[in-house]
Design a protein around this ligand. Structure first.
Ligand SMILES: C[S@@+](CC[C@H](N)C(=O)[O-])C[C@H]1O[C@@H](n2cnc3c(N)ncnc32)[C@H](O)[C@@H]1O
Length: 343
């Protein structure tokens, strides 16, 4: 290979966001804001410039996109992806949720981008237009008479006061499907759990639950637990200089991408209530693993012995492994454990 060819192949993408020192500081500031606002209700806006959106979109939003990929992959694997023409992205920020959704679901025609920052909706509009030029985009919430097929809300619950929360719930009640993706924190996961209980009168749960019983995390003895999962980052998170800088500058462990989520469908044909959903990460011990299994009976730590599931055992340490499984239990021991999709 000639050296000029080599230089060409090594070139940076000219459209890529290349943060300066000041940019990294600003990202650190935004991260502080997000962490401190969680559950403390962010009553003031924090977006200061178009650059904020560019930086956020290339970093935090990208990581959120990997969580959406995990959620949409789970729904696909379980045969529960929603169909949609009209989609609302509430608290859209730079619009990562609707971009991931539109990429995964054919047939979306109209996206309502709504955010208390109108500049955010402008950024989200431009990004979505680039990805899907034919989409109809509206930069506010649908009118009362407009149908909502799917309501998306991503990393916004922690910023809502009572009024914002009521607005979100009212929108949810108008939608056929609701997809909420949040950080995998104790507080936000349990907030999602509360919303699930509130909406169960009108909705069935598509995921993560395998059942529509009361959330097992609200049972006695589970106050310190929470329903959460770990998404798999895209491969470039481990290979690119950009993500290495991100990790070093912001002190973020790229391997760990915890999230919580809730996917609801307006009550209709009964959903199959079958199997268990493994929560969090399996805890690997010598010759056995502890799995937090959720099903209609609640959340229970179960033991899977390596000798009972040799092949599966090798997969257990991979974060992001989707584990919805048919299980048979004797005492606390999983004597049969067959993940969905396995023969
Ligand atoms: C952390 S950002 C998340 C953005 C985007 N959904 C994502 O997943 O990347 C939260 C967004 O919610 C918006 N927001 C906060 N409170 C809101 C409210 N009451 N109504 C509409 N948007 C709100 C903020 O302006 C911000 O853009």
């Amino acid at each position: 290979m000639s050296s000029s060819m080599h230089d060409f192949e090594d070139e940076e993408d000219p459209a890529a966001v290349v943060p300066t020192g000041e940019d990294w500081d600003r990202l650190a500031e935004l991260r502080e804001l997000f962490l401190s606002s969680e559950g403390g209700f962010q009553t003031v806006g924090y977006w200061n410039s178009r650059r904020d959106f560019e930086l956020y979109d290339a970093t935090f939003a990208e990581r959120i996109g990997w969580k959406w990929d995990a959620v949409l992959a789970e729904l696909a694997q379980r045969g529960r992806l929603p169909a949609a023409t009209n989609v609302v992205d509430f608290g859209c920020g730079t619009g990562i949720a609707s971009r991931r959704f539109v990429a995964a679901i054919p047939g979306v025609k109209h996206v309502y981008l709504s955010d208390r920052s109108k500049q955010a909706t402008w950024f989200a509009r431009d990004a979505l237009k680039l990805q899907a030029p034919k989409l109809e985009l509206t930069l506010h919430l649908p009118r009362q008479e407009d149908p909502i097929d799917v309501l998306l809300a991503s990393h916004v619950l922690g910023e809502l006061d009572a009024e914002g929360r009521a607005e979100l719930t009212a929108l949810a009640r108008r939608a056929q499907f609701v997809l909420l993706v949040e950080p995998g924190s104790h507080l936000l996961s349990r907030t999602l759990g509360g919303l699930r209980e509130e909406l169960l009168d009108a909705f069935d749960v598509l995921a993560p639950c395998t059942h529509a019983a009361t959330c097992g995390m609200f049972a006695a003895g589970h106050d310190d637990d929470w329903c959460h999962f770990f998404a798999r980052p895209a491969p470039e998170a481990f290979t690119s200089a950009f993500w290495r800088h991100f990790s070093t500058r912001l002190g973020i462990d790229l391997r760990s991408l915890p999230y919580s989520f809730l996917a609801l469908r307006r009550k209709g044909e009964p959903l199959e209530t079958r199997g268990v959903r493994v929560l969090g990460r399996p805890r690997l011990l010598k010759g056995r693993a502890l799995l937090d299994c959720c099903d209609t009976t609640g959340v229970h730590a179960r033991t899977l012995f390596e000798r009972d599931a040799k092949k599966l055992f090798k997969r257990l340490d991979r974060s992001g492994e989707l584990l919805v499984a048919d299980a048979r239990v004797e005492g606390e021991r999983l004597v049969e454990f067959r993940p969905l999709g396995d023969a």
